[in-house]
Design a protein around this ligand. Structure first.
Ligand code: ADP
Ligand code: MG
Length: 452
């Protein structure tokens, strides 16, 4: 024991040499190289580690090995204790060339999409709170108790948009901030690579030098224990030094499965805000904004039609506008009603056709024309009845794109030329006859196809 006291660091070094035989190289490099044996008191090595993070990691992973090595080399009663170095190692390093290098390296993560701002984020009751909290965080990152800020909710509802907006706005307020923006998958990959290349220290320092850490879709940390471990410690270091952390997730943190409970409990110390699907008015506003952004002017009736059918996902709303634009320019046609129906159908998997059935159309026509449904699909050639039948055929083709043969079969087994004739007749009447126009418009409206 006296021998140890005389040369603590030499004694500790021999422990490390023994550990090297048992532990992977990267582990030695990442966790043991930074340890400094600063003393020996009450039969214990006093080992200084750079931070709480290392302490917890070493304790939970290597305790047994350390004790075994000590026992093999010295006395079995000898223990070890950790002390955490004063928290300024990383700051100091930033002043030397390595620090600068690290800073530059970190910048490569700063892939903020500058299209995602608060200005172009449409607010409704579904996302108002999330937006307000995000904005407030970006005005004073790390300075209040919205830390971490967790934005959660379903797919395509603006979580990533808000997160980037936080980054963009923070940077606008203070261009010197080091914003690290990354998806949880990239974080994982980066960690795995650092293990592979023996660069876990650089990895840790990269992340821990951020002023604002933005991690998208943390549900992908699910089941990745070691990555969660890393993230946990990065989180602690940043949190303790008053840096802002913003996370997005698909669920309320309390309901997330496969994440360590100590992580979840850290999350609870901040603020969780949700984004919900937008209501009709917000959908219309979003569509108007997106059309405008794409230099597109659409009739309100078209906007309304899209908003009525695409409900759960803002990305889909946006996608519809872009698809319309693409189709019209590729096919070199105007954006007309048919194109809009087509595109909307594509996006919602043809559900428009399922919502409206031939029976439905016949029922509506019957209500308006006061002609019995059985007559409409029957054989009678009486003028009013024949007209109601023709109108029904026209609408089936127009709204659902039903084939001529199918229409013929449904309406009393007629052949496709009869159907074609009906379509032509009503098409003409529609433009020349006000009564016909009104009737067709009102049925379309009832079926949710007002603009056609
Ligand atoms: P999430 O990350 O929740 O899956 P995103 O943030 O990627 O969703 O949003 C999908 C698309 O919808 C993005 O292009 C985004 O700009 C847009 N978006 C979502 N919500 C809004 C909104 N409230 N206002 C404007 N655009 C929005
Ligand atoms: Mg996203």
């Amino acid at each position: 024991m006296d021998k140890i006291k005389k040369d603590v660091s030499g004694a500790w070094k021999s422990v490390c040499v023994d550990l090297e035989k048992k532990l992977p190289k990267h582990a030695m490099h990442a966790w043991f190289d930074p340890i400094v044996a600063v003393g020996f008191q009450r039969k214990s090595f006093i080992l200084e580690v750079p931070n709480q993070f290392s302490l917890e990691w070493i304790e939970s992973h290597y305790k047994e090995e350390i004790l075994l090595s000590i026992k093999a080399l010295f006395d079995k009663h000898i223990q070890y204790r950790f002390s955490v170095a004063k928290e300024k190692k990383i700051d100091l390093k930033e002043n030397n060339s390595k620090g600068l290098f690290l800073k530059q390296k970190v910048k490569r993560f700063n892939n903020l999409n500058n299209k995602y701002t608060f200005d172009n984020f449409i607010v409704g009751s579904n996302n108002e709170f999330a937006k307000t909290a995000s904005e407030s965080v970006s005005n004073n990152p790390g300075q209040h108790n919205f830390n971490p800020l967790i934005i959660y909710g379903g797919v395509g509802l603006g979580k990533t948009h808000l997160m980037h907006a936080i980054g963009n706005n923070s940077l606008k307020q203070n261009p010197n901030l080091n914003i690290v923006n990354i998806t949880s998958e990239q974080f994982t990959l980066d960690f795995v690579n650092s293990l592979r290349k023996n660069k876990t220290i650089e990895f840790a320092q990269n992340y821990r030098s951020s002023d604002v850490l933005l991690i998208d879709d943390i549900q992908f940390f699910r089941g990745k224990e070691q990555t969660q471990e890393q993230f946990f410690h990065t989180f602690n270091v940043l949190y303790q030094s008053g840096k802002q952390i913003v996370l997005t997730a698909d669920k309320f943190p309390g309901e997330m499965k496969g994440l360590q409970s100590r992580l979840l409990s850290r999350f609870q110390s901040g603020l969780s805000v949700d984004v919900q699907p937008p209501n009709f008015e917000v959908r219309v506003a979003i569509l108007l904004e997106k059309a405008d952004q794409n230099g597109l002017t659409l009739d309100y009736s078209i906007i309304e039609f899209i908003a009525r059918h695409i409900k759960n996902n803002v990305r889909e709303l946006e996608g519809t506008i872009i698809r319309l634009l693409a189709k019209s320019s590729l096919l070199n046609i105007e954006i007309n009603n048919q194109l809009v129906t087509e595109v909307v159908k594509e996006r919602i998997g043809g559900r428009i056709g399922n919502e409206v059935s031939i029976e439905n159309i016949v029922k509506k026509v019957s209500e308006i024309s006061k002609i019995n449904e059985n007559d409409i699909v029957g054989k009678s050639r009486k003028m009013e009845i024949a007209e109601a039948r023709q109108v029904s055929m026209f609408l089936c083709r127009d709204i659902m794109g039903t084939s001529l043969n199918n229409i013929g079969m449904f309406f009393g087994g007629r052949d496709h030329t009869t159907v074609m004739h009906a379509l032509k007749t009503i098409g003409k009447k529609q433009s020349s006859n006000d009564r016909m126009k009104r009737m067709i418009n009102s049925i379309r409206k009832d079926l949710g196809f007002s603009f056609l």
